[in-house]
Ligand binder design. Structure first.
Ligand code: FES
Ligand code: FES
Length: 160
């Protein structure tokens, strides 16, 4: 067991980890941030998506120790300090893009990575950005609509 420091949502945590500990398990069990979900545990479903230095990464196939010195973002870091939801989160609520919610944190982080790079993406670009995130409930349509609406709101201040 080795004590390492991980920067998660701009907060530094000192955590004892084994070299083989997976990032998803460290985030959920050792840090207690359970918003990141573990579905398949083998890199297929996207439920465990977090951002590392702004890039979506599957935390179930990422070693925690490989994240030393990097910035990890999870769903818990999306709302502002007053607890106001990020526009992408709010759009998911407003557009009925959440059903069981298991895929939602990963979807939202994939969407955030897209909008940070490409503020007004096409529908195709949105679909591509969430192509690694599986949703068994919604049929994806409302998720795409929510991301599209969030993009417009963030870019223009216009709420749809
Ligand atoms: S839990 Fe990581 S991809 Fe499914
Ligand atoms: S809302 Fe249930 S898996 Fe997407």
């Amino acid at each position: 067991m080795k004590l390492i420091q991980l920067d998660i949502n701009n907060q530094v945590y000192e955590i004892p980890v084994n070299p083989r500990d997976l990032l998803v398990d460290v985030i959920r069990k050792k840090v207690g941030l359970t918003g990141t979900k573990k579905g398949c545990g083998q890199g297929d479903c996207g439920a465990c998506t977090v951002l590392i230095n702004g890039v979506p990464v599957l935390s179930c196939i990422t070693l925690a120790i490989s994240c030393l010195g990097k910035k990890i973002s999870t769903i818990e870091g999306m709302a502002d300090e007053q607890g106001n939801l990020h526009p992408i989160q709010q759009a998911f609520v407003d557009h009925g893009a959440v059903q069981c919610g298991f895929c939602t944190p990963g979807m939202i982080l994939s969407a955030k990575a897209l909008l940070d790079q490409n503020p007004l993406p096409s529908v195709l670009e949105i679909k591509r950005s969430i192509s690694g995130n599986i949703c068994r409930c919604t049929g994806y349509k409302k998720i795409v609509e929510a991301i599209s609406a969030a993009a417009k709101e963030i870019s223009t201040g216009e709420v749809k």
